[in-house]
Design a protein around this ligand. Structure first.
Ligand code: HEC
Length: 168
C-alpha cells in the first residue's frame, strides 16, 4: 500500500513537471508577430485589434452614469471630468470605426455644449435639460445604427464609482 502511495505521488510530481516543461517548449516555438513580423504584418495585426464601438460603448455608458450621479451629489468638477472623458471616447469611436464617424460627430455637436455650460454654471435645472438631450442623442444613434434595442435609461441606476459612494 505504502509503495502504491509513493508511486502515485511520484506520478503526480512527474506529470506536473512534464506539463510545465511542455508549456515552456510550446511557447518557444511560437512566432510572435510583435517581434518577428514585417512592418506590414504588424500593422495588420494592430488594425485587427483596434478597439471598436463595441469596446468603447460600455466605457461611454460608465461615464454617462457617473456624470449623472456626480451632479446629484454636487460634485461638479468630477462631472466635468466625466463629460470630457465621454467626449474623448466618442471621438475615438468615430476615429476607430469610420462607418460611425458621421453619427459620432452629430452626437458631439448636439450634446457637449449644453453639458459643459450647465456644469460651468452649476445649474441643476439646465443640467437636467442637457442630460435629457444626451439620453435622446444616445438613443438616436442606436436607432440609426441598427441597435434600437440598446435602450439608455434617462435616470441611470445607482452611483457606479467609488468617488461617488451612495446617496445620503
Ligand atoms: C455613434 C453612435 C453612437 C452613439 C452616439 C452612442 N452609441 Fe452606444 N452603441 C452604438 C453602437 C453601434 C452599439 C453597438 C456596438 C456593437 O456591438 O458593435 C452601441 C452599444 C452600446 C451599449 C451596449 C454595450 C455592450 O456591449 O454592452 C451601451 C451600454 C451603449 N451603447 C451606451 C451608450 C450611451 C450611454 C450613449 C450616450 C452617452 C451612447 N451609447 C451613444 C452607437 C452609439
Amino acid at each position: 500500500m505504502k509503495k502504491l502511495i509513493y508511486l502515485f505521488l511520484f506520478l503526480l510530481i512527474d506529470m506536473s513537471y512534464i506539463h510545465a516543461s511542455d508549456y515552456q517548449a510550446q511557447s518557444t516555438d511560437v512566432i510572435d508577430w510583435r517581434k518577428s513580423g514585417t512592418p506590414a504584418e504588424q500593422l495588420e495585426a494592430l488594425v485587427n485589434i483596434t478597439p471598436g464601438t463595441h469596446h468603447w460603448m460600455p466605457e461611454i455608458a460608465y461615464r454617462y452614469q457617473s456624470l449623472y450621479w456626480s451632479v446629484q451629489q454636487n460634485k461638479w468638477d468630477f462631472a466635468k471630468y466625466q463629460t470630457k472623458s465621454m467626449e474623448k471616447m466618442i471621438k475615438r469611436v468615430g476615429n476607430a470605426r469610420a462607418k460611425r464617424a458621421k453619427s459620432a460627430s452629430v452626437f458631439q455637436r448636439n450634446v457637449f455644449k449644453g453639458l459643459y455650460a450647465s456644469i460651468e454654471s452649476r445649474d441643476k435645472k439646465s443640467f437636467d435639460t442637457a442630460f435629457s438631450r444626451t439620453t435622446r442623442e444616445c438613443m438616436a444613434c442606436h436607432v440609426k445604427e441598427g441597435f434600437s434595442y440598446i435602450i439608455i435609461p434617462s435616470v441611470p441606476p445607482k452611483p457606479n464609482n467609488i468617488v461617488l459612494g451612495y446617496p445620503e
